[in-house]
Design a protein around this ligand. Structure first.
Ligand SMILES: [Zn+2]
Length: 164
């Protein structure tokens, strides 16, 4: 694929930070995700060895002309263990714009700041990755007829997420 523009190499807005989801072992159907996300923002050191922590890389977004480039898009999709096309489609829907995947980067038409993209990734994570029953991220999506379900590998729950 041709690179139609250049990415400045020096711009950084602190993309090293990460959102950390902490699990507390609760098994309630009604989770207060706002509370959970609030807790998630507390900065914890990265600990890949712990199964109880789920760290989603914070979107590193750079403005290039009239486009916005999510530099670490591939890393985010990989961490979430979701199809990059699915995540991209969701982001494009939420931002109501067009865009393309370019290697590990996502290129959006228009200007979107990092906070906007991070919020969208959070919504996606809560809807398509985090099990609503046990709060763990060890899930995968399964299709059954026209519906899509979130199948949890940790607690076995299968939750409907409607058309995805
Ligand atoms: Zn579960």
């Amino acid at each position: 694929m041709n690179n139609l523009f250049l990415i400045p190499s020096r711009i950084s807005d602190g993309g090293d930070e990460a959102i950390t989801f902490a699990h507390n072992g609760e098994c309630e159907m009604e989770k207060d995700y706002k509370t959970m996300l609030g807790r998630a923002y507390s900065k914890l050191p990265e600990d890949k060895g712990s199964a109880d922590r789920f760290t989603v890389p914070r979107a590193d977004v750079r403005q290039v002309g009239r486009r916005s480039v999510i530099v670490n898009f591939g890393e985010i999709a990989e961490t979430l263990r979701r199809d990059p096309d699915h995540l991209m489609k969701f982001i494009l829907n939420e931002t109501a714009t067009r865009g393309t995947l370019d290697g590990g980067r996502a290129v959006l038409q228009g200007k979107f700041n990092a906070e906007t993209i991070r919020n969208i990734v959070e919504i996606y994570t809560n809807r398509y990755v985090i099990c609503p029953v046990c709060g763990r991220p060890d899930t995968h999506m399964v299709k059954d007829r026209r519906l899509t379900f979130l199948q949890c590998d940790a607690c076995g729950a299968r939750s409907s997420i409607g058309k995805a």
